[in-house]
Ligand binder design. Sequence first.
Ligand SMILES: Cc1ncc(COP(=O)(O)O)c(C=O)c1O
Length: 419
Amino acid sequence: MSAAVFEQLRARSAPGTAFAAKLAGGGASEQWAEGARVLLSDGREAIDFGAYGVTLLGHRHPAVVEAVTAQLRLMPASTRLLANPTTAAFADELGERFGAVGERVWLGSDGADAVEAAIKLARRASGRMRVLAVEHGFHGKTLGALALTWNPAFREGLEPLLGQVTHVGREDPAAVAREVAVGDVAALIFEPRQGEAGARALDPELLRRWSADARAAGAFVICDEVQAGLRRCGPFSVARAEGVEVDAVLLGKALGGGVMPLSALLARAELYEPLRADPTFHTATFSGHPLACAAGRAALRVGDRLADEAAAAGARLGAGLELLAAAHRETVVGVHGAGLMWALELAAPALAGSVLIDLARAGLLVSPCLSAPASIRLLPPMVTTEEQLARALELLDAALAAAAASFAGTASLAGGRSR
Ligand SMILES: Cc1ncc(COP(=O)(O)O)c(C=O)c1O
C-alpha cells in the first residue's frame, strides 16, 4: 500500500520529498497517531517529537477532538454574514490572556497569515514603510513574510520582495536605536526564540532595549511566537514572561490543538486601528473558521491543565540532552533550547541529516531546522510520558554513536563547540 503513496508523492510533488519520506519510514507511511505515538503502515511504532511543533498537545488530544466533533455536528463553516458564537468566544478567551496586547484579535490559518496581517497593519497604522527584522529569524514563506525571513536561500530568484526591510544583528543591542534614527520605521519583528535557526534564544535584556527604542520612536513591536509561544518554550507568552513590551504577539502552529490549522494576531488597539476603520482592509476566507476556533478553545484549556507536567518533562529532556552532548563531544557541538523546544547542533549538516533519518528508522521522529542545517530539533508534546522520554534519549544516544562511527575521520566534522 505504501509503495503507491510514495509513487503518488513522487509524481505529484517533489521526488526528494517522496524519497526522504520513504527513507525515514523505512518504506512505511504514517497511519494512526495518539499523544506522542505514531503507528506506521508496517505495524511499527514511533515517538513523534517533530511535526514542526504543531502537536504540542500530542496527536488527537481527546478534549480537542471532542470539541471539533461537536462543532462539526453543529456548523463547521461560517456564513460570514451572521455572527458565529464559537469564533467570537475563542477570540475573546485568547485575547483576555494578553491584557492590552490582546485587546484586538485577528484570526488566520497559518503563521504566515498572522505575519502578513501584522505588517500590513503596522504600515497603515504608522504611515511608515520600513520594517526591521532579525538575522537568522524565520517568519514564513509567503512573499511578504519571506522578506522578513532571513535565510537568503529561500529568497533566491524571487527578489525584489517586499521592500524596505532591514535585518539587524541578533547580538547588536544598539541596532534598533540606530535604524529608527534613520527614520520611517513602521515595525520591528522578532522571534524571542529562533526555532528554525536551531532553538536559539535572543537575550531578553536586548529585546527589552530594542522594544523600548522602537516604541520610543513610534514604531510597533511585533513578537512572533508562532513556534515558541503557548508554553512550547515554557511560558504561555515568552514576551510577557520576559517583560518585553510589545504591540502584537503572533501565534500559530499548536494554537489549533494539533487538530486544526489556526493562527492569531493579538494586537494593541492602536496597531489594529486600520481594521476597525475598515474591516475589509485585511480579510481571508477561513479567518475565524468555527471548526478551528472550537479546537482552539479546547486547546487553551488543555494547555492550562498540562502546564506543570510539561515543565517537568522539558526539564528532564534538557538535562538528558546535556548528558548526551557530554557523552558525544565529537558529534554534538551545541545544545540549545528551553521547555519543549530543543535543538542539538551537530558538527556538520551531513551528520544532522544522517542522524535524523537513522532516528526515524529506529522510531524517533524529530524535525530538521530550516535555517540551521547542522541542527536537529526536538519538539515533544506536553503529554510525553517518562517512558517515551527515556526511550527517545536512548534512541538519540544510539544514533549519535552510529553517526560518529560512520563519519569517523571525516574532515568536515572539525569545528568548534558552541555551548
Ligand atoms: C516563528 C515562525 N513564524 C512564522 C512561521 C510561519 O508559519 P507557517 O508555516 O504556518 O506559515 C513559522 C513556521 O515555522 C515560524 O516558526
